[in-house]
Design a protein. Structure first.
Length: 185
């Protein structure tokens, strides 16, 4: 029976988990290439900005944030440090050019400033730091795992990961030798 279950399992070189395509080397290139194909959303934005509809600036800004930014920043803490994030930035820059009415020669660094939106890199870093901050809260699922491993370092106990060197102590104020006072106590 167990062999029948194993035969039913398939190997996927790039499995999709919660909408994020994973790969073996964790470069997230396949996922970011899929995000780059937001041409239908950018085309919708282009139609709204065209002469037939002539949507206002606030409408274009709202559509850009909801359609383009929300889908390109989904699970950003997972892939934000990938070398392929520039693939994602191309779709965002196209949407910002349409929203602001800027031409192609406009530097990409100026587009978020002209649009009044934080840059994509800053938004990704903010999402990552927010996730890390939530993980360190006491009620978070990862809190006990994170504090348990850091308390093991603080107490000088060996850590179970292969990168631990024997005798290494975690830099913590409790591990420092007592400081001598220079003046009267």
């Amino acid at each position: 029976m167990f062999d029948a279950l194993l035969d039913a399992l398939f190997f996927y070189p790039q499995p999709k988990y919660l909408g994020v395509m994973l790969d073996r080397s964790l470069t997230n290139r396949q996922h970011l290439e899929l995000l780059r194909k937001l041409t239908s959303r950018v085309a919708l934005l282009r139609r709204l900005a065209g002469s037939g509809w002539s949507a206002g600036a606030t409408t274009l800004r709202t559509v850009t944030l909801t359609l383009v930014h929300s889908s390109t920043e989904y699970c950003a803490p997972i892939w934000c440090r990938s070398a392929h994030t520039r693939l994602n930035d191309l779709a965002i820059n196209d949407a910002l050019r349409i929203m602001t009415g800027c031409l192609r020669p406009t530097p990409a660094d100026n587009l978020p400033i002209l649009a009044g939106i934080q840059s994509a890199g800053f938004r990704r870093k903010r999402a990552t730091l927010s996730l890390a901050h939530r993980a360190m809260e006491r009620r978070a699922l990862l809190h006990s795992a994170l504090t348990c491993s850091s308390s093991a370092f603080a107490l000088g106990q060996p850590h179970k990961t292969p990168h631990f060197h024997p005798g290494h102590r975690h830099p913590h104020p409790r591990n420092d030798p007592p400081k001598k006072s220079l003046g009267p106590a």
